[in-house]
Design a protein around this ligand. Structure first.
Ligand SMILES: *Cc1c(COP(=O)(O)O)cnc(C)c1O
Length: 413
């Protein structure tokens, strides 16, 4: 498919030519792939010939999803994983060794924060968490053991916006890659390669899939980082793969050995999801702005946080980086947990559950759910207050979403 088409057209037509004229890639629900000769199988194993061997390593259906995601992000290749967390853990662990250090934003998805703060720390890999709006704090956090900078394209749950270009310059001045979790925005809203990121990660469980029917994640190498110049060891065996060094290392090493592959069925669900990404994102963003404006006008919320509102402290940066679409997630604050619970229990349309990026409108009280293990001080540091409600706005009719929120706010006043 020609790259001259716009992204929304490419989403629909890319790779829609398969065996027997099928417009969808069949689901290759097979663990393993046979070859006529021992020589052929050996060559495929040694990557001297193209082909599939075992679905824990690669699979034709999963490969189509990987190709599509790589193309959408403008990358050299991708590796689909069993979950977003599997993708994050695999991508990060493939860049570090015992004694290394990571610099990460301090507004991160709960699982990512816990992985870096607890698990990696136990294995001798330290993470320094920084306020990404303070470039000096990023610069001073970097030392000669730093192997990557990790960010989310919109911080969660603070909904803060990192200046990706500026952070990427800091990373590249130190010969380390910038890894960005772009789950909240998707390549339809933010072409992160243009802003200097090197590796992009998605929890495809969210907007990429869209209908909340498959847990999955993906790692895309944007082809911008020179792995040979990397200021550490561990890649020597993979230099022969040139721009594919990082992906080759992952696939032949941690990805294979941890067994974090995507199922072919989930990959197929995600391919279907991708086809409607543009229309869904347009509606998510439009509905989110409408709800944010409604909440900002309403007397009850103490604060409404949405990058698309002029009142957002980084609205100008959001405009510069994102244009005029700001994603489908907003937060707002009520007085306390009691009010939040009453609000959530009064909703009739929005669902109370732990997810974002679904076509359905979802709400959650983060302090008592996703972040319940952390004490209140730690929660506040991450932007989670007792009165905080997070909304992932769906693609229903916006009048119905607002009507539901309005009646639930009336129920608590
Ligand atoms: C959900 C999410 C993850 C984790 O993804 P899973 O598919 O649930 O493992 C990581 N990052 C962000 C920003 C997320 O929203």
């Amino acid at each position: 498919m020609s790259d001259t088409y716009n992204l929304d057209t490419r989403l629909i037509h890319e790779n829609s030519d398969f065996e027997e004229g099928a417009v969808n890639k069949p689901i290759y629900q097979s663990t393993s792939f046979a070859y006529d000769t021992a020589e052929e199988l050996s060559q495929v194993f040694k990557q001297q010939a193209q082909g599939f061997t075992y679905t824990r390593i690669n699979n034709p259906t999963v490969a189509v999803f990987e190709e599509r995601m790589a193309k959408l992000e403008g990358g050299v290749g991708a590796i689909a994983c069993s979950s977003g967390m599997a993708a994050i853990a695999t991508a990060v662990l493939s860049l570090v060794e015992k004694g290394d250090q990571i610099v990460a934003g301090n507004s991160l998805f709960g699982g990512t924060y816990s992985l870096l703060q607890n698990d990696l720390a136990r294995w001798g890999i330290d993470t320094t968490f920084v306020d990404t709006s303070n470039l000096d704090s990023i610069r001073s956090a970097i030392n000669d053991k730093t192997r990557l900078i990790y960010l989310e394209s919109i911080g969660n749950p603070k909904l803060d916006i990192p200046d990706i270009k500026a952070v990427s310059e800091i990373a590249h001045n130190n010969s380390i890659p910038l890894v960005v979790d772009n789950t909240f925005l998707t390549p339809y809203i933010l072409q992160i390669k243009e802003w200097g990121a090197d590796i992009v990660i998605h929890s495809t469980s969210k907007y990429i899939n869209g209908s909340a029917n498959s847990i999955g994640g993906i790692i895309v190498d944007l082809g911008t980082f020179n792995w040979k110049k990397r200021n550490t060891s561990g890649f020597e065996d993979y230099y022969q793969f040139g721009p594919f060094a990082y992906l080759a290392k992952i696939r032949q090493d941690l990805f294979r050995n941890l067994g974090v592959c995507s199922s072919p069925y989930n990959a197929s669900m995600n391919i279907t999801g991708l086809e409607t990404l543009a229309v869904r994102m347009d509606k998510h963003c439009k509905n989110a702005l409408k709800l944010a404006e409604f909440l900002a006008e309403h007397s009850l919320p103490l604060r409404v946080n949405y990058p698309g509102l002029a009142s957002h402290s980084q609205h100008q940066l959001a405009r510069k980086q994102l244009g005029n679409q700001f994603g489908g997630v907003l937060t707002f604050e009520l007085e306390d947990q009691g009010q939040c619970f009453k609000f959530i229990n009064s909703l009739k349309l929005a669902r109370n559950l732990a997810n974002i990026g679904d076509i359905r409108t979802l709400v959650i009280h983060p302090a008592s759910t996703i972040y319940w293990r952390l004490d209140e001080d730690k929660q506040r540091e991450l932007g989670v207050t007792p009165g905080l409600i997070r909304v992932s706005i769906g693609i229903e009719n916006p009048d119905d979403i607002i009507k539901d929120v309005k009646q639930a706010l009336e129920a608590i006043s």
